[in-house]
Design a protein around this ligand. Structure first.
Ligand code: CA
Length: 419
């Protein structure tokens, strides 16, 4: 499959991808919905008005002339599939409808550099899991010792907590160093001030499309039908605030000051060619968490750091989504099994994605082993935790034969704590 729009092999956005986003033209105009194709964004509200999205079930509803993807997400898998099919047809090199209509091309195709990307959805609820065995083992070893690294429940259920949706921000948003209560080991009493142990967490998130009724769990065999698409997530974390506040109910203010996501939502369908088996689960999970088909995906993930005195960024993490122990399907089924209802636009995140080797650890906490092994940067600086001015960029992609299904990037810079 090839588009009449020139897309370089290293681009994240070939015709095989077509991720959805919400954008606003820089020269003015309302937010609306588009898909990324090469260096362009295709404005779906224009196609909809031109009558090119007939037969998708969205005709005349203004579903793409919206500041969020929620109404489209709520239409369900069959409509998403049909829209995607029509968009791939319209962008195909052999299809003249858009290719040979100069007016329509001018109206519907904009350079990505000419638009501002916004949060893709109005996020109702945000849930964060803890689904990487390597991450949970590393953190558990540091905090409780090797013998007690994994809590007894960990291999039986995907551990998670309810996060905060109000502070989910789009890539490019600066983040002020949070202040909070901490209790350093050498102090008798807690202190208050800017976090001295600011960290990142490399995660992937997925948006829920169609939800479920309260009291009606989503069976695991249907769980993936509820996934609209995936984004990159940086779950900024203040480890010193976390260490003091987290017992017995889990992290609170150490996580809720900001969570950054990438702007383009990659449809689950685009990831199908990259479906792989996840790690073998031992002991076997309870029946409600069992699924026969492979339910992980081969997604390369990288993290770059650029300090304020660095001329270019440095790669600090290189890992893969497929290391995750608990699959997205298992996390969705588990989330709803007691009766919790999910809604269109809800965001779920995987938890930090670490792998077996050191460079595959998805947080500074693990990379530097809580400060025991500082990280060396190319300009002679060292890092244990984030410093003011540090910019973190996460990226991810699936490598196809001559093309990439990419997620773009999620980036964010640390600013000094507010006075
Ligand atoms: Ca997290």
């Amino acid at each position: 499959m090839k588009s009449f729009i020139n897309v370089k092999p290293e681009s994240h956005f070939p015709i095989q991808n077509l991720p959805y986003g919400v954008f606003r033209p820089r020269h003015g105009g309302k937010p609306r919905i588009g898909v990324a194709i090469g260096e362009y964004v295709l404005d779906l509200s224009v196609l909809e008005k031109a009558g090119l999205l007939k037969e998708t079930g969205v005709e005349d509803r203004g579903i793409f002339d919206q500041p969020s993807l929620n109404p489209f997400m709520a239409l369900g898998k069959n409509v998403w599939k049909k829209v995607r099919e029509i968009l791939q047809h319209l962008l195909n090199e052999d299809e003249p409808a858009l290719r040979d209509d100069p007016w329509l091309r001018r109206a519907a195709l904009r350079k990505q550099s000419d638009v501002e990307l916004l949060l893709p959805a109005q996020i109702g609820d945000y849930t964060d899991f803890y689904a990487s065995k390597e991450h949970a083992t590393n953190v558990g070893t540091m905090f409780r010792g090797k013998e007690n690294a994994l809590m007894p429940n960990w291999t039986h259920l995907p551990v998670g907590y309810h996060g905060r949706s109000s502070s989910v921000v789009i890539s490019g948003t600066d983040v002020h160093r949070p202040k909070g209560q901490m209790k350093p080991l050498d102090k008798d009493q807690p202190i208050f001030g800017p976090s001295q142990q600011l960290d990142i967490e490399l995660e992937m998130g997925w948006f829920i499309g169609l939800g479920n009724e309260r009291g009606q769990p989503i069976p695991i065999k249907n769980a993936e039908e509820h996934i609209f698409g995936l984004v990159l997530v940086n779950d900024w974390s203040a480890r010193d605030i976390q260490a003091w506040e987290y017992q017995p109910l889990g992290p609170f203010l150490s996580k809720s000051f900001a969570t950054s996501i990438s702007p383009w939502v990659v449809p689950l369908e685009a990831l199908e060619p990259f479906r792989v088996e996840g790690p073998k689960q031992e002991p076997p999970p309870l029946p409600y968490l069992q699924k026969d088909e492979a339910s992980s995906f081969d997604i390369e993930l990288e993290v770059y750091l650029k300090g304020k005195d660095m001329g270019h960024s440095q790669k600090i993490i290189s890992t893969n989504f497929s290391y995750l122990y608990w699959s997205m399907a298992q996390q969705i089924s588990h989330h709803t099994v007691a009766g919790c209802n999910l809604r269109p636009g809800d965001l779920q995140a995987s938890g930090t994605i670490s792998g077996p080797q050191k460079e595959k650890r998805g947080s500074l906490l693990e990379l530097t082993w809580r400060g025991a092994e500082p990280m060396n940067l190319y300009n002679g600086e060292q890092r244990v935790w984030l410093e003011d001015g540090d910019e973190i960029t996460m990226t991810g992609w699936c490598q196809g034969d001559g093309y990439k299904i990419g997620f773009g990037e999620v980036t964010g810079r640390i600013l000094p704590a507010l006075e």
